[in-house]
Ligand binder design. Structure first.
Ligand code: FAD
Length: 402
């Protein structure tokens, strides 16, 4: 289907096979609100962690597109497993494999191939959409950097071993820009100077979200991720890598929606009212049709964005933003419609429909909200900056006036 090569179809089918086991434990993971360690071990053994890590570093050297095929299958079965597949294949790991030193690549590849889902630490309590307002500082002291600051909504905080921390770089008493710092948690608790406190969340309850505090966290200079172009352009280059994460998040949203749709399609044809399958009622038939259209449109944009990545590059910024907005908004619509098809049974926690609704909700918020990404799309289609600060806006107006 959809023009997959034989190799791609085989990879998707292999993921679908393991994802059946993920589906069997998804409800228990949600109820226990515990990270699904056993399933992660299974995904690791089956080779679904570190798919995009080049072969020279022990990975499978597969493409973003291959990763997307795998992520959709896991997200359809178990949203938490889908998100693990995102972060173990694209995102922070992509940034480190692109910009890291050989030592950094070795550390990151070994951790992910052994089953770690890396964490990326950008958001702060006072710097959400305005991420460059971050206050976390990394101050150079000889061969070390000392980091102080607070991050919030950190996915995997407390379970991830590999952390990519974004901080303002202060060298020789001067602020140079925003850089990335690699912090590794050992097997026995958080690193000295770093603590994680869980945030109770609406959906994806098996995946911890955390407030992460850093107080005098010491990072050796060898663990600084220096993107090409220097500190001043550091944030932009690190965010280029984040376009991969966006495509991954869009795929997870797509997978959750597809999972809900499959259940709704089946229910519409088996549940009878007024002596007929409920799917014969036009109200539901058209709802199912709309759901299928949303899914196909999301998949088309996700695949286009994933395929826009060159062998060593990241997905195209515009394509990634368009895919994420489409898939995130569609997942909210489709999961709600799927629950509606199920009626009261869909509202029960004995069925997965309410979980699909909760799990889908985050994708229009995390990794760039649906509003902020629409502005990015608008900037690119109009070929002009749309500054979001009042001063920036006034500057552009003044420049236009001459
Ligand atoms: P705010 O920026 O306060 O925005 C509030 C509202 O205002 C939103 O609707 C937003 O769209 C709107 N808004 C803000 N500015 C504008 C604007 N200029 N134009 C139009 N509308 C605007 N962060 C990490 O660093 N690492 C993670 O692993 C991570 N995981 C996450 C997981 C989950 C489940 C969630 C919910 C969040 C996660 N985040 C993570 C944080 C996420 O990236 C931020 O929540 C997001 O960037 C938005 O920031 P905010 O929540 O502070 O919202």
């Amino acid at each position: 289907m959809h023009g997959l090569t034989e190799t791609e179809a085989r990879l998707r089918d292999a993921a679908r096979e393991v994802a059946r086991e993920a589906a069997a434990q998804a409800a228990a993971t949600d109820r226990a609100e515990q990270y699904p360690w056993a399933m992660v071990r299974r995904m690791t053994e089956a080779g679904f962690m570190g798919l995009t890590i080049p072969q020279e570093w022990g990975g499978r050297g597969l493409s973003y597109f291959d990763a997307v095929l795998v992520i959709e299958e896991f997200a359809k079965a178990c949203a938490v497993c889908g998100r693990i597949a995102v972060e173990a294949n694209i995102g922070a790991i992509g940034a480190i494999m692109a910009y890291g030193t050989p030592t950094q690549k070795r550390i990151a590849a070994d951790l992910v191939l052994a089953g770690d889902k890396p964490a990326i630490l950008i958001t702060e309590p006072e710097a959400g959409s305005a991420a460059t307002d971050m206050r976390t500082r990394a101050v150079r002291h000889g061969n070390d950097w000392v980091i102080d600051g607070d991050k919030t909504w950190i996915t995997g905080g407390g379970v991830s071993r590999l952390h990519l921390v974004f901080a303002r770089v202060v060298e020789d008493g001067e602020e140079k820009g925003i850089g990335g710092f690699i912090v590794v948690r050992g097997g026995d608790g958080m690193p000295a100077g770093m603590t994680a406190e869980r945030i109770p969340s609406m959906g994806l309850r098996g995946m911890p979200e955390a407030n992460v505090a850093m107080r005098g966290l010491v990072v050796p200079d060898a663990m600084v991720l220096r993107p090409p172009g220097g500190w001043a352009r550091g944030f932009g280059r690190l965010m280029d890598a984040y376009n991969g994460q966006r495509v991954g998040a869009a795929t997870a949203a797509l997978g959750i929606a597809a999972g809900a749709y499959d259940h709704a399609l089946e229910r519409a044809q088996t549940r009878r009212q007024f002596g007929r399958p409920i799917g014969e009622f036009q109200g539901l038939a058209w709802m199912l049709a709309d759901m299928s259209i949303d899914l196909e449109a999301s998949r088309a944009l996700v695949w286009r964005a994933a395929r826009s990545a060159g062998p060593n590059g990241f997905p195209d910024r515009l394509a990634a933003a368009q895919a994420k907005v489409m898939a995130a908004d569609a997942a909210i619509r489709v999961t709600n419609q799927a629950l509606q098809v199920w009626g009261a049974a869909g509202y029960s926690r004995d069925n997965p429909m309410e979980r699909f609704v909760r799990d889908a909700r985050m994708f229009a918020i995390a990794g760039g909200t649906a509003q902020v990404l629409r502005t990015q799309v608008a900037e690119q289609i109009m070929g002009r900056k749309l500054p979001q600060t009042r001063e920036g806006f006034v500057r552009v107006v003044e420049e236009e006036r001459g």
